[in-house]
Design a protein around this ligand. Structure first.
Ligand code: GDP
Ligand code: MG
Length: 351
């Protein structure tokens, strides 16, 4: 199972995007909601299980961002297609950087854009030490964005409202912009790959497969932040984003490494659930969490799936579940076998 945090300003469309991603493959799972603060949603996509941690926007809700990132393999920063709103993303960009978690940007609401995509990226760049690189450029009819060109595969996708995109020819009018943006993207990736750099200098044709491989490696080392575009509400561009997550997001061992030695699992969120009491959303990272087995010095009570109903025997390494009747576990902590451990400073609530 892989886990990603979806974060960004209020009303950027995070919850709508998570719904769209979870519905992509027709394999919705279960969810755990802390009203007004966060929602964890599980779903199947292709041959993997996924959990999205959707954290509400707004400065009053920054508290759980760090522990959600600590439990995640990647972050998806959702911003509206509005350069003037980039400043609202600044705290999230900072937290993503402090956490050193691989991140994607999703420029949402391309059905009603206020700015050009390159302007949104430039505005975000002001607040990011990592270079943000566009992976797609829009195809417009008049002022309306009707599709995108994937700059790696150079395939053009036509959007359909509420339905999967279909392949189309790259319109002649888009070609110059596509070539320019692809050049910029390849140069950005070539900073981290000598073979790609050589091919660009020698003006050789660069194959999509090679770029996808470099993109995955670069994301896993957290050297660049790729930016995708679309509309969660209209279900446009969401499959590209999910495919990128699938191909590029690292395995759970990387998240385990960020927490340091001895951490078996991490408590990402917690709430008091009616009839159950204290319930902690736990991601197991370097080992499993099982009912009746010790964790953080005491035995774990029971373990359930995200619905807080379906009992689980265990949360295996990489997976997510809820612990109940385990009052010694808290969100915002890592758990060793013998004791609870402080999360690294980047994951603790701070302004
Ligand atoms: N035009 C447009 N509106 C959207 C899109 N996605 C979400 N919205 C709207 O933006 C508002 C906030 O969406 P929501 O998903 O709740 O945002 P969140 O606060 O980031 O979780 C709602 O009114 C949505 O209907 C989109 O792709 N295009
Ligand atoms: Mg929301």
């Amino acid at each position: 199972m892989r886990v990603f945090t979806v974060l960004g300003p209020s009303h950027s469309g995070k919850s709508t995007l998570v719904e769209a991603l979870a519905a992509l493959d027709g394999k919705p799972g279960k969810s755990f909601e802390i009203p007004g603060l966060a929602r964890a949603v599980s779903f199947g996509y292709m041959d993997n299980d996924w959990v999205a941690l959707d954290i509400a926007g707004g400065s009053e809700n920054l508290g759980p961002v760090g522990s959600a990132l600590a439990a995640s393999d990647a972050a998806v920063l959702v911003v509206p297609a509005d350069a003037d709103a980039a400043v609202l993303a600044a705290p999230y960009l900072r937290m993503i950087e402090e956490a050193n978690v691989p991140a994607f940007v999703f420029i949402n609401k391309t059905d009603a854009p206020n700015s050009r995509m390159s302007e949104v990226v430039s505005a975000l760049q002001t607040y990011s030490r990592h270079h943000i690189v566009l992976r797609e450029v829009p195809i417009r009819e008049g002022e309306t964005i009707v599709g995108v060109v994937d700059l790696v595969s150079e395939r053009a996708w036509k959007f359909h409202d509420g339905a999967p995109s279909t392949l189309m020819e790259i319109p002649a009018a888009v070609r110059p912009r596509e070539a320019e943006a692809r050049g910029e993207m390849l140069e950005s990736y070539a900073d981290f790959d000598d073979k790609l750099l050589e091919e660009i200098i020698e003006d050789q044709k660069v194959m999509a497969e090679e770029v996808y491989d470099v993109a995955a490696r670069v994301l896993q080392h957290n050297d660049l932040v790729p930016a995708f575009l679309g509309s969660g509400e209209h279900r446009n561009g969401v499959n590209r984003l999910m495919k990128a997550l699938r191909h590029e997001a690292p395995e759970a061992a990387v998240a385990a490494g960020r927490l340091g030695d001895g951490a078996i699992a991490v408590g990402a969120l917690a709430d008091t659930v009616k009839h159950l009491g204290k319930t902690v959303l736990v991601r197991a990272l370097a080992g499993e969490v099982a009912s009746g087995k010790p964790l953080a010095g005491e035995n774990v009570g029971s373990v359930t799936d995200l619905d807080a109903k379906s009992p689980l025997e265990r949360i295996s390494a990489g997976a997510v579940g809820l612990t109940v009747k385990s009052d010694h576990l808290n969100a915002g902590q890592a758990f060793g076998a013998e004791s609870a451990l402080d999360l690294p400073a980047w994951a603790r609530p701070h302004a």
